[in-house]
Ligand binder design. Structure first.
Ligand code: BDP
Length: 709
């Protein structure tokens, strides 16, 4: 018995810092073959990226193989791993033809014959491709892949794969649940925390190639000379890993920093100021990526302050950046000061008429859905509706609306659902992925952005499961056709254990977790029902205040008779922003997917669902089902005690207890609230909420994390 315990115990002091790059020794059955094939490494070491590739192999192979790899700069006449570009590693020149159309960041990873030896080759056109190939190989070793017949050819589908950090200069992270900002602005540029390098490694391991360092609710000081030098120091650390620095630009910076009387985009002085600023940035950061801009949205300044359009504003910055090759990522997350009849229609209404008016180096960055990163939204109607403008996807990785870092919610299925959604704009198969990867309308620029869930917490993301969302984002940004399940399988294998009796249950648990959160928070197409301000916990009763569209009652529209937002042709007509085939489906209460029913339709409480139940019965059932899923996750996780290292097991178990209580709270508060509106008895077999609506409504959380400032 003792021997058995010793043998199944995988205890190791684990704190999550290593992310998916833990590099624990490979299974005994594989390790000999790996050593024989990869114990010798032929790799150049002249450039910083070449050295980064070597460092990673050193770290990775030493861990996985349990022996130090031997590095050479020229073929040593033995079986080996050979990596480089045709320039840096002349023996790879025979791959030149195959590399012609692999792209600047692509790579080949193959077992083949070279100089009479069986070798594993990583070949690319540029050093960064080689580094990406190294991470790919390490992933294969971590997941126990065989090397024989290895034949991989990878080119990223999206050009820009970017993290947006909503980090303020004082170290506070807006909607951040993972501690403070990673960037220590006060000690930059002198002190370069080693963690900056680990951050860049983690991103490079996924192919993430850009980071917007500061909050979209931007402070002009980020563009001051002193702060640009700090950003330049970070750019120097990230550069070998292929991660370019971008900055959020405050539109009124010419006034705040430059002392100008206006920020009008058509004013020559303003244009001169931005050109000068772009020149200054590029002198410090030669590969500066460009600007991200939130303008005329939620109180931010913008071109409309001067009667100009979003295109005027974006083009102003684009012209300043163009000589240096930078891009503008102009956000479509806008809504007007006057509360509209349907906020979901606003971005489309403001942007669709500007199609074709933007410079070539502008991308319009569109949130995945038309409201705001809700647990479930239909895809944003702008996707496919601006064929002459490259549209960049904006996902939220930080779980502002999905339980913060304490809820185990794997977002892979959410991203997958949106990317695979069919816009039908050019007939069937016009998926959102094909809009954003540029293939549908032949755009040279393409990209995906994710609002980062990264902070200075030891786990990076505030829990042991949230890094999975960073990971899934990166993998899908590289190739949006990958499956969320496969990605989760890789992640669990690398993060927790290779044992199938750990991987299978954990992946299963993750795969259902997003749907569970939808169920216990906003089932059947409900949305925007969270508490005001900090967005922590349920708030279906939220009403009044400065804007109707910042309330819950605006979105659910529940009364004695029914519930839901009528966006049909008989209502706000939001459906007509979609291509006709999609609009028809959403418009028809008999065809709309039930998981979006109350997004598009206002229906009576007695509406018959496909299950045969009434809407009210189904709604209460879904709330309970979501909470029940969390209990099932607890029992799955409990069964893994001893199979997952103790420190992480304990941490996750504690967070699952928080999640269970909060899921139940969401269910009880929502049921109590809707019952107070419709006056209906609880469906048979359902447990009454332990408290009346007033109790839930009175709860206050003045110190909930991450609130906007
Ligand atoms: C909302 C967040 C707010 C952000 C805003 C945005 O609550 O903190 O500033 O999105 O994306 O969801 O600009």
């Amino acid at each position: 018995m003792l021997a058995l315990v010793a043998c199944v115990s995988v205890a190791r002091a684990e704190d999550g810092y290593g992310l998916w790059m833990r590099y624990v020794q490979a299974d005994a059955s594989k390790v000999e073959a790996y050593r024989a094939a990869l114990g010798d490494v032929v790799a150049p070491d002249r450039t910083p990226t070449q050295r980064a590739a070597r460092d990673e192999l050193q770290r990775g192979l030493a861990g996985l193989l349990g022996v130090q790899p031997r590095f050479h700069t020229a073929p040593a006449g033995t079986a080996a791993l050979v990596l480089g570009t045709p320039d840096s590693s002349p023996s790879l020149v025979i791959f030149q033809p195959e590399l012609e159309d692999i792209g600047e960041e692509g790579y080949l990873l193959r077992q083949t014959q070279l100089g009479g030896q069986t070798v594993v080759v990583i070949a690319a056109r540029r050093d960064i491709g080689v580094l990406y190939g190294v991470f790919h190989l390490l992933r294969l070793l971590q997941t126990g892949a065989a090397l024989s017949d290895l034949d991989v050819r990878e080119t990223p589908r999206m050009k820009l794969r970017v993290l947006n950090h909503w980090d303020n200069l004082d170290g506070y992270v807006e909607r951040g649940y993972a501690g403070g900002s990673l960037w220590d602005w006060h000690t930059l540029p002198e002190w370069l925390d080693p963690r900056y390098t680990d951050y860049a490694r983690a991103n490079a391991s996924l192919g993430i190639n850009g980071a917007v360092l500061n909050n979209v609710n931007a402070n002009a000081v980020s563009l001051s000379s002193a702060y640009l030098r700090k950003a330049a120091a970070l750019a120097d650390v990230f550069r070998p890993y292929g991660v370019r620095v971008y900055l959020s630009a405050r539109f009124s910076a010419p006034m705040e920093l430059g002392g100008l009387a206006t920020a009008d985009p058509l004013d020559p002085g303003v244009q001169r100021w931005w050109r000068g600023k772009a020149d200054e940035i590029h002198a410090l950061i030669p590969d500066f990526g460009g600007f991200l801009v939130k303008a005329n949205s939620e109180g931010q300044p913008g071109p409309q302050d001067y009667g100009r359009s979003h295109a005027d504003g974006a083009n102003l910055l684009a012209d300043a950046l163009a000589p240096h090759g930078g891009v503008v990522m102009w956000r479509a997350f806008v809504y007007a000061h006057d509360v509209p009849e349907d906020r979901a229609k606003q971005a489309y209404n403001e942007f669709v008429g500007l199609d074709g008016a933007f410079r070539d180096n502008v991308m319009v960055q569109v949130k995945n859905g038309p409201i705001d990163f809700q647990p479930r939204e239909p895809f944003h109607p702008l996707f496919g509706a601006m064929p002459r403008t490259p549209l960049m996807m904006e996902f939220q990785i930080t779980k502002e609306y999905l339980g913060f870092a304490t809820h185990l919610v794997y977002l892979g299925p959410l991203y997958e659902e949106v990317l695979r959604a069919d816009t039908h704009v050019r007939g069937p198969g016009s998926t959102v992925a094909r809009v954003v990867d540029g293939s549908l309308d032949a755009h040279a620029l393409s990209g995906v952005a994710g609002v980062a869930n990264i902070g200075d917490d030891r786990t990076w993301s505030g829990s042991h499961f949230d890094p999975a969302n960073w990971y899934a984002f990166g993998r899908l940004a590289w190739n949006p056709d990958q499956s969320a399940r496969d990605i989760a399988t890789d992640w669990v294998t690398m993060t927790f254990s290779r044992a199938p009796d750990v991987v299978a249950p954990v992946v299963a648990m993750m795969m259902g977790s997003r749907e569970a959160a939808v169920d216990y928070m906003t089932p059947l197409g409900l949305h925007h029902l969270m508490a005001r301000g900090h967005h922590y916990g349920p708030g279906p009763w939220v009403a009044g205040g400065p804007r109707a569209d910042w309330t819950s009652v605006y979105y659910h529209r529940a009364d004695r008779h029914g519930i839901g937002f009528d966006r049909t042709t008989r209502g706000s007509d939001g459906v007509s922003q979609y291509a006709p085939a999609v609009a028809r489906t959403f418009d028809d209460v008999g065809q709309v997917p039930e998981n979006l029913l109350l997004w598009f339709h206002h229906v009576p409480w007695q509406h018959r669902m496909r299950s045969g139940q009434t809407l009210w019965t189904e709604l209460v059932h879904r709330y309970g089902r979501g909470a029940g899923y969390v209990e099932a996750m607890q029992s799955t996780w409990g069964g893994l005690r001893g199979k997952v290292d103790e420190p992480r097991h304990r941490h996750v178990a504690a967070f699952l207890r928080i999640q269970r209580d909060e899921a139940q709270w969401w269910r009880d508060a929502s049921v109590a609230y809707f019952q107070s509106i419709n006056g209906l008895p609880l469906p048979a077999g359902e447990t009454p909420p332990p408290h009346p609506r007033a109790y839930y409504q009175a709860l206050q959380f003045p110190y909930a994390p991450g609130d906007g400032r």
